[in-house]
Design a protein around this ligand. Structure first.
Ligand code: 4NP
Length: 165
């Protein structure tokens, strides 16, 4: 019998957990499922604020994702200190999310997660952040998905090549 690796645990984090991070979660899940790798990953998302806790993803984001064949699942929740123990990689959508996560990490001596800016994995885009689409027009939701598809596929390729550091 082959010894199997434990799943790699990935958490996407934005502000409200109704637009960008649930999209990250579901884009990554759809890539993983397309390759039959669901046993190798555990994927979730959370927001730095609890304002939308329990809500489904924003309907504009859900529609934009559905147009690309991505089903949006999940309910909003707020990130917690234990997430930095329970996940291996935590992807911040923007610098503000990153700073929030780093301040949680500071007061969590047991935190082990790698907290990174998601756009560090983008290769086809120069953006350093996934911009908040909440108060903008439809193009903002498309930009979110463009960036997420770029970074998620690169992350998955690096994992397949054993190239994650
Ligand atoms: P998200 O977008 O952080 O990508 O989920 C937002 C959702 C809600 C709000 C802001 C951004 N809000 O202000 O309620």
């Amino acid at each position: 019998m082959e010894l199997s690796e434990p799943p790699l645990r990935l958490l996407f984090v934005c502000l409200g957990n109704i637009c960008r991070s649930p999209s990250g979660e579901n884009v990554m899940r759809s890539l993983v499922e397309a390759e039959g790798l669901e046993d190798s990953f555990q994927i979730d998302s959370a927001g730095t604020i609890g304002f939308h806790t329990g809500n489904p993803p924003d309907h504009r984001m859900t529609q934009a994702a559905q147009n690309r064949g991505i089903e949006m699942k999940g309910r909003a929740r707020q990130v917690k200190a234990n997430d930095l123990i329970d996940f291996d990689w935590v992807f911040a959508m923007d610098h503000e999310n990153f700073s929030e996560l780093k301040s949680i990490e500071k007061s969590s001596p047991d935190a082990t997660a790698k907290i990174v800016l998601f756009c560090d994995f983008c290769e086809d885009h120069a953006e350093k952040e996934v911009p908040d689409p909440y108060y903008g027009g439809p193009e903002g939701f498309e930009k979110v998905l463009d960036l997420l598809e770029d970074g998620c596929s690169n992350f998955l390729n690096k994992w397949k090549e054993g190239n994650l550091s």
